[in-house]
Write a protein that binds this ligand. Structure first.
Ligand code: FES
Ligand SMILES: [Fe+2]
Length: 340
């Protein structure tokens, strides 16, 4: 198993119009993204096979892309279908083609898979309740200067919330939380108990009656986290993040906040968008600082029981990094307490 076997978001569906050309980087691979003549997304290596110009600087016309340098034209399969300098001598040959990657379009996202021969047919992650009746989704995109592992760990790390997001998300109170962390089948699940009102200014709005909050966090290999708050009745909130590896120190994170707040749904959109972006900017800053020290001193960490979730995430990602299947790791479940 390799990281290239999985699907990574490269754009929102609505960002890719019929004449749009997007330049992207996934796992250090340069990509040009556009729509073919059938409207389906196309991903090619962003390099013209002629003399190495970048196709992403060219134009797309009727689902074909033209290199900006000498005007070679590529179709949606990456095949060269016109070479202006060859005039009427031009012939299509199988040998002349740019590297092409599989794409998918699902839940308003465009995905690319880099493996030409994946070890297994994975599916893109299903975004919970996307565009289902009674549910609203707010979508934000942020670039982190850090790697995927540290990003996903941050998104399901509770202890940092009191210090990085004081007041917004949580206030330091030394409240005892109980947690069960489980690693199973390439996923990590964390269930929290004893959480009631300590969720900053969210609380007044979301949980004015002070119901017990059911809070579950999960990680799904290789790059997805989901945070779920269940505040009965009819108040559920999912924060799903897909962390796309651009390079070793750059991660582009697509975050969906999906909620059902009943009659407040539409009104809540602005508020949720503003709050999500505010919180994520604080994390972008915190992870940028972390990366400065990691770049200099490496990733040797001093863990505490509350970091069990991170240790499980790392065990899964490290397996994939060495080409192995993390689903072969033994199932583990740990109960622990921490204070926040
Ligand atoms: S480099 Fe692309 S056509 Fe020459
Ligand atoms: Fe955070």
């Amino acid at each position: 198993m390799k990281f290239e076997d999985f699907w990574y978001i490269v754009a929102l569906s609505k960002q890719l119009k019929s004449n749009t050309v997007l330049q992207r980087t996934v796992l250090d691979e340069w990509l040009v993204i556009f729509r073919g003549d059938d409207g389906k997304p196309v991903a090619l290596r962003d390099r013209c096979i002629h003399r190495n110009s970048r196709l992403s600087q060219g134009k797309v016309c009727q689902g074909k892309i033209q290199c900006p340098y000498h005007g070679w034209i590529y179709d949606k399969t990456g095949k060269v279908i016109a070479v202006p300098s060859e005039g009427e001598n031009f012939q299509v040959t199988q040998a002349r083609r740019a590297l092409q990657y599989d794409t998918r379009e699902q839940d308003g996202y465009i995905y690319v898979r880099l493996a030409q021969y994946p070890t297994e047919e994975f599916e893109p992650f299903q975004m919970p309740f996307y565009q289902q009746p009674a549910w609203e989704t707010v979508r934000v995109i942020n670039r982190f200067r850090n790697n995927v592992t540290n990003c996903v760990e941050n998104f399901i790390d509770i202890p940092h919330t009191a210090s990085v997001h004081p007041g917004v998300f949580r206030t330091p109170r030394q409240q005892k939380l109980e947690m069960t962390v489980e690693r199973r089948n390439g996923c990590v699940f964390a269930q929290y108990r004893n959480e009631t009102t300590n969720l900053g200014w969210f609380t007044r709005f979301l949980n004015s009656k002070g119901y017990e909050i059911r809070h579950t966090d999960s990680f799904h290999m290789p790059n997805i986290t989901s945070v779920e708050y269940d505040m009965k009745p009819h108040r559920r909130l999912f924060i799903t993040s897909q962390s796309v590896p651009e390079t070793e120190d750059s991660t582009l994170v697509y975050t969906d906040v999906t909620f059902n707040y009943g009659i407040w749904n539409k009104l809540a959109r602005l508020f949720v968008h503003w709050t999500a972006q505010y919180i994520i900017h604080q994390d972008v800053k915190a992870l940028g600082i972390q990366w400065e020290a990691i770049a200099k001193y490496g990733s040797h960490f001093a863990n505490t029981p509350a970091d069990t979730i991170h240790i499980f995430v790392e065990s899964i990602r490290n397996k994939i990094a060495v080409g192995e299947d993390p689903r072969t790791l033994p199932d583990k479940s740990v109960d622990l307490k921490f204070w926040v």
